[in-house]
Design a protein around this ligand. Sequence first.
Ligand SMILES: [Zn+2]
Length: 250
Amino acid sequence: MLGDLRQKLTDRFGTSDERRLDSALRRSGPVVVPVRFHVVHNGRTGWLSVSDIRRQVDTLNAAYGGGRGGVDTGVRFRLTGYSHTNSSAWFYRPRTYESSMKRRLRKGGRGTLNIYTAAVGTDVLGFSTFPQWYRRAPHMDGVVVDFRSLPGGSFRNYDRGYTAVHETGHWLGLFHTFENGCRPPGDGIADTPYEARPADGCPHGRDTCPQRGGDPVHNFMNYAHDSCMREFTAGQGRRVRAAWAAYRGG
Ligand SMILES: [Zn+2]
């Protein structure tokens, strides 16, 4: 998938070096992502208010703007619409009904972030598509998160809205910090140290790989508790801007 990104960037800009591309990409100003929010509920269960939705979008803006401790990635989000759909089948089995649910509800083009909330489950809190997948399956594009993971939700340890921040990271082209474990290229980002396995809870001083640097346990693209998460890195910021230029913008 990284190879596909490099090819796209080379075709379009004559280089795939994200550092060299970056000043040009930044000159065009922040990337503003329109957000369409889809609340799938079963009667009163899973129903979310407009202020719940707005708090989630605010959390995306804080996380991607560096307001929780990391860099400003140059990505912003703007709520442009929302819907409520009462369906117990879609609500309780969003994986099984993913295709029909998205075919019915999805709005916008390749640069529109569609976020769906449902009862995703207890092992997995959300799932997302990657920008490279859009061309082959545009109707499947988007992010699905558990309704209890929104800010102030009832999902223990995952109630600050960072599940949507994490899944949106995938939607923007980021891998997990533990991708490939200690084997190169890891997650393909130079300033997120290698990591053998996901962080659980909030481990202190963990360092699971022989390469330089402790595990990036506070990174949004890890699996730590929400109270432990706070940052994207400069390299991740460059990656999302490059992936945006290659797959979602313009
Ligand atoms: Zn993930």
